[in-house]
Design a protein around this ligand. Sequence first.
Ligand code: BEZ
Length: 212
Amino acid sequence: MAIRLGDTAPDFTQESTHGPIKFYEYLGESWGVLFSHPADFTPVCTTELGMAASLKSEFEKRNVKMLALSVDSVDDHKKWIDDINETQTTTMNFPVLADADRRVSDLYDMIHPEADNTATVRSVFVIGPDRKVKLTLTYPASTGRNFEEILRVIDSLQLTAGYSVATPVNWKHGEDVVIAPALQDPDDLDRRFPKGYEVIKPYLRTTPQPNL
Ligand code: BEZ
């Protein structure tokens, strides 16, 4: 069954390049990004895994653990990782699940038979420390993802989890945000947004990013 926003992310145990992974144990108190790629030894996936590894410190800064997956074996993953390290000038630094039995792919609905009957699509699940699914993305095999965008979304998710704000189009960390329309009491607004806010329309009010 498809996994929707707000669902509890299913737990699992599966083999990986770093040994068996118990998902909840692996996540601990952290946020998580679980993402699938269609297959080892393929060009787009090679660039994606290389970029994800290069950005690991950015994910760590945000308290996010990364976990990749495809329906290949640990042996294949390990041989392919040599290629990733060689060609993407990086060192793979997070585990890749070896989901040859499709346990996790099926659990997370990562195989879309009308797209490909055997390989996973490019799914992304961002999971909060409460184990709830905060974001899902699905890209086809032919389109590589933008891992800077995944970081940007995590910035938004983490900000909006703590403040009654939302992030507008193309927002990036440091830019003004919008105030949740439900907040209308002026005293409450002054208390919540001491840096002030601008009323453009009653439902469109901007304020400096509150956690800076
Ligand atoms: C790739 O990663 O390059 C790829 C994988 C499956 C189908 C098409 C492209």
